[in-house]
Design a protein around this ligand. Structure first.
Ligand SMILES: Cc1cc2nc3c(=O)[nH]c(=O)nc-3n(C[C@H](O)[C@H](O)[C@H](O)COP(=O)(O)OP(=O)(O)OC[C@H]3O[C@@H](n4cnc5c(N)ncnc54)[C@H](O)[C@@H]3O)c2cc1C
Length: 278
C-alpha cells in the first residue's frame, strides 16, 4: 500500500462527550443500534444536521492515558503511535426528553474496532466521542431529493427522510446485504425507497447502487442529492452526477464513508491523495 500522510494536527476545540451504553438493539443481521445516555448527555449539543456525526474514541490497549481521559490531552502527552484511535459514526437520532441518543453500527465481521465493539457492547460500558460535525439537511429549495448509499449511510439517509416535509418527492436507493437487512423507514409518501440487495456479494464490490442511480428515471426540476458510502461507489456516482447529469456542486453532498480494504485511519489519510479523492 502507498504511504499515507501524517494524521491532521489535533483540534483542541472539539467538545468531548462521554455517555453510558443503555441498551443494544439488533436491527438486522448486519446492523446494531447502541442507545447511550447518562450524566454526560448534557455535554452533547445537537447541530440539527441530518448527517450529524461523531468521532468515537477507542483507547489503545496497553497504553495508560492521563486522567480524566481527554483526546486532546492524550494527543499532547503521548507519541503519535499511542494516540487513541477514532471511528466516525452518524447520530441516528437524539431524544432530548429521554436524554439519550442512538448510533447504528454496521456489523461487518471480525475486522476493525467499532463494528466488533458494537456487536459485543453491553449496558454500562462507556461511549466517548468528539463532535458532532455535519453538513447536510434536506434543502428547502429542492423540487425533489435523491438519496443513495450503502448500509454505512443508512442511518444518515433514514434521518434525512424523517426530516423532509410530508409532501416531499424523490428517490432513495439503499444497498444492503440481503432482504433480512431491509429496515422499516419513515419516508414521505412521494419518496420512492428502493432496496438493493447484494445477496452475499461483498460490500463495496457491487454495481447495484451506481447502476440504479444512473438508470433511474429522474424527475424534472432541481434535485438535492445526498450520496454517501463506500469510496469506489462514490467515485462512480461522481461521474453520474457531474459528468452525465451536469449537476452543480451546490446540489450534491457526496463523500466516501469507508473504503474496501482500508481501516478508517488509512481511509481518512488517503483523502489527501489522488486515490482518496471523491
Ligand atoms: C461521516 C461518516 C458517517 C458514518 N456513519 C456511519 C454509521 O452511522 N454507521 C456505520 O456503520 N458506519 C458509518 N460510517 C462508516 C464507518 O466510519 C466505517 O465503516 C469505519 O471504517 C468502521 O470502523 P471499524 O473499526 O468497524 O472498521 P475499520 O477498522 O475502519 O476497518 C476494518 C476493515 O473493515 C472494512 N469495513 C469498514 N467498514 C465497513 C463496512 N461498512 N462494510 C464492510 N466492510 C467495512 C474496512 O474496509 C477494513 O478492511 C461513517 C463514516 C463517515 C465518514
Amino acid at each position: 500500500m502507498s504511504s499515507v500522510p501524517a494524521a491532521a494536527a489535533p483540534r483542541k476545540n472539539r467538545p468531548q462527550v462521554s455517555l453510558t451504553v443503555l441498551r443494544k438493539e439488533q436491527l438486522s443481521p448486519h446492523m446494531v443500534r447502541i442507545v447511550a445516555g447518562g450524566e454526560g448527555f448534557g455535554d452533547f449539543v445537537d447541530n440539527g444536521f441530518t448527517d450529524s456525526y461523531v468521532k468515537i474514541i477507542f483507547p489503545q490497549p496497553g497504553v495508560t492515558y492521563p486522567e480524566p481521559f481527554d483526546l486532546a490531552t492524550a494527543r499532547e502527552a503521548l507519541p503519535r503511535e499511542q494516540w487513541p484511535t477514532t471511528r466516525t459514526y452518524t447520530v441516528r437520532w437524539v431524544d432530548e426528553a429521554a436524554r439519550e441518543l442512538a448510533i447504528d453500527f454496521v456489523v461487518h465481521g471480525d475486522e476493525g474496532l467499532a463494528g466488533p465493539w458494537a456487536a459485543g457492547a453491553r449496558p454500562g460500558e462507556t461511549l466517548t466521542f468528539t463532535g458532532p460535525g455535519g453538513a447536510y439537511r434536506p434543502s428547502p429549495d429542492a423540487d425533489w431529493y435523491l438519496l443513495a448509499g450503502d448500509e454505512a449511510a443508512l442511518p444518515a439517509i433514514a434521518a434525512a427522510l424523517e426530516a423532509m416535509p410530508a409532501d416531499a418527492a424523490g428517490l432513495a436507493f439503499l444497498e444492503v446485504d440481503s432482504d433480512a437487512d431491509v429496515q422499516p423507514l419513515s419516508a414521505p409518501e412521494g419518496v420512492q425507497v428502493s432496496w438493493l440487495t447484494r445477496n452475499g456479494e461483498p460490500a463495496g464490490s457491487s454495481r447495484l447502487l451506481v447502476d440504479a442511480v444512473a438508470g433511474a428515471h429522474w424527475p424534472a426540476g432541481r434535485v438535492d442529492v445526498f450520496a454517501h458510502g463506500e469510496r469506489g461507489y462514490m467515485k462512480a456516482l461522481r461521474e453520474v452526477f457531474f459528468t452525465q447529469r451536469g449537476l452543480d456542486r451546490s446540489q450534491v453532498s457526496l463523500s466516501g464513508y469507508w473504503a474496501q480494504g482500508r481501516v478508517e485511519d488509512v481511509f481518512q489519510a488517503e483523502k489527501k491523495l489522488p486515490v482518496g479523492k471523491v
